[in-house]
Design a protein. Structure first.
Length: 139
């Protein structure tokens, strides 16, 4: 389902900007919470450190890293003017698509879906602290 939803993004915003769906996911977090550190972005997105670093490099036109006042090893991340321009133009289109996607659900079902999804997201966030007896894959 995520690929079906992402496809129109790539055909509109992605085609015009070169931004991938993962770039966009990162930009949303930065736009909604300007000044986050890279570690805070990792926690907010679920991406690992290497992925966040790579995405930030890809987005150098759209994000800027500012040295942290108390610790020069840390950086706070903000959208650039170009980043805000893309964000402000893309959000209305993407919200419209979201309405198209959810219009077939009655309000009560949509509320239940959002509640269930929030619970699943919260559960998945806890996976980093899985018990030691968790089965592992060894190839």
């Amino acid at each position: 389902m995520s690929n079906l939803i992402a496809r129109p993004f790539q055909g509109t915003v992605g085609r015009n900007t070169g931004i991938t769906i993962n770039d966009w996911r990162l930009m949303i977090v930065i736009a909604e919470r300007p000044g986050l550190s890279q570690a805070e972005i990792v926690a907010a997105t679920g991406f690992n450190k290497a992925t966040v670093s790579r995405l930030l490099r890809n987005l150098d036109k759209y994000v800027q890293l500012e040295s942290h006042a108390e610790d020069s090893r840390k950086h706070s991340v903000h959208l650039t003017d170009d980043g805000w321009d893309v964000y402000n133009r893309a959000v209305p289109v993407l919200l419209w698509r979201q309405q198209l996607l959810t219009k077939s659900l009655p309000a009560k079902e949509l509320a239940q879906f959002r509640s269930t999804l929030a619970k699943l997201i919260e559960s998945a966030r806890g996976w980093q602290d899985l018990p030691e007896e968790t089965p592992t894959y060894e190839g």
